[in-house]
Design a protein around this ligand. Structure first.
Ligand SMILES: Nc1ncnc2c1ncn2[C@@H]1O[C@H](COP(=O)(O)OP(=O)(O)OP(=O)(O)O)[C@@H](O)[C@H]1O
Ligand SMILES: [Mg+2]
Length: 339
């Protein structure tokens, strides 16, 4: 029997206002219990994809199946099985942490007594018990993210969608947040779909990733597989001050793919760093340039990104103009609805 994929996306397309093709034929599968990373630059279509998968936005074309349920056919059933944490803070600052969780429980039809029990357990799990009865607006950024995680988990979803969950957190806050995610995954078999701007985070925390650019997936695989596709290592060589240029000496050496140089520092892409380093040091020394430093690195996801998109991945801090505009739209339509 074939196992049911946690998430199946098939040729998803979203066209906004009849002209902006934000997501352009995206297909992938996420296995149960996997942490799947969705990486892409600003405006690539990450939030739009998350919205379509989590039954918040109807696709223009294509279909998504979550835990065996068609999102287009039964969005409400899908919503009961998933937790969604958007990149904008969603906890109500004027309620306490505990109240935020209890209100969310009520929205899922969970009884008040059970809501209270779950709130207590979740706050314990997220280590915010001390702040349980304080207004959420007094929480630090990291505490707030953990509160949002607790809110997103109150109905015990099987699949969690996280849209840039660690944006704006310091490295300690990021590591802490991921600690909770990994624990949920190993102890409760939660499947996690996460978008992030932090490539190092995706590299260490995700089992598999997809890179999206201009609405299309350009690469999918485990971080290791994607790095292997680049085929090789990156060796950085520093030569002594005033040494002659070594580009012409390094390039013909065995296994070298490319050489970039700047101010006596050479970045060499080669098949394998180990045999290359002694060869390079000897060749440079013979050509009159003493080597003062060498590092060997496997390519990082930054190089993978560059390879597949032809662009550098720039890390951005804070919500983007797109996210703010979309948030404003939803706030405005919420206000209109109330009038
Ligand atoms: N409600 C909307 N109406 C019109 N265009 C939109 C809307 N939401 C997003 N877009 C456009 O669709 C494209 C994809 O946007 P999306 O928010 O999905 O990207 P993203 O990858 O999440 O970007 P970011 O990293 O900035 O969060 C962008 O060109 C954006 O301007
Ligand atoms: Mg986004």
């Amino acid at each position: 029997m074939q196992t049911v994929q946690a998430i199946h996306a098939e040729n998803l397309v979203k066209v906004y206002n009849g002209k902006v093709r934000a997501v352009d034929g995206v297909s992938f599968d996420v296995r149960p219990g996997e942490v799947f990373g969705f990486l892409g630059p600003n405006g690539a279509g990450k939030t739009t994809t998350v919205s379509m998968l989590s039954a918040g936005l109807r696709p223009t074309e294509g279909r998504a199946v979550i835990d065996g349920l068609e999102v287009n056919v039964d969005p409400e059933a899908v919503k009961r099985r998933i937790g969604v944490i958007f990149q904008e803070a969603t906890a109500d600052g004027d309620l306490t942490g505990r109240e935020n969780i209890e209100v969310a429980a009520g929205c899922y039809g969970i009884s008040a007594a059970e809501g209270r029990r779950r709130a207590t357990a979740l706050m314990e799990q997220m280590q915010i018990t001390e702040a349980a009865d304080r207004l959420a607006k007094t929480y630090s950024g990291g505490m707030r993210r953990r509160l949002e995680l607790a809110v997103g988990l109150v109905h015990r979803p099987k699949i969690l969608f996280l849209d840039e969950p660690t944006l704006g957190l310091d490295p300690q806050g990021r590591a802490g947040f991921w600690g909770f995610i990994q624990k949920l995954r190993s102890e409760e078999g939660l499947t996690v779909f996460v978008t992030t701007h932090y490539l190092d985070e995706a590299d260490t925390m995700c089992n598999r990733i997809a890179i999206i650019d201009h609405g299309k997936i350009v690469a999918t695989g485990s971080p290791g597989e994607l790095k292997d596709k680049l085929g090789g290592d990156i060796v950085t060589l520093k030569t002594a001050p005033g040494a002659p240029d070594m580009t012409g000496v390094l390039r013909p050496l065995a296994g070298v793919y490319s050489v970039q140089s700047q101010d006596g520092t050479y970045r060499v892409k080669c098949r394998s760093g180990e045999p290359f380093v002694p060869l390079a040091v000897e060749a440079c020394t013979r050509a009159g340039a003493g080597v003062t430093g060498v590092t060997v690195k496997r390519p990082s996801l930054d190089e993978v990104f560059l390879e597949f998109t032809g662009r550098e991945f720039r890390e951005e801090e804070g919500p983007t103009a797109t996210d703010r505009a979309v948030l404003m739209q939803s706030v405005q339509s919420g206000l209109r609805g109330r009038r």
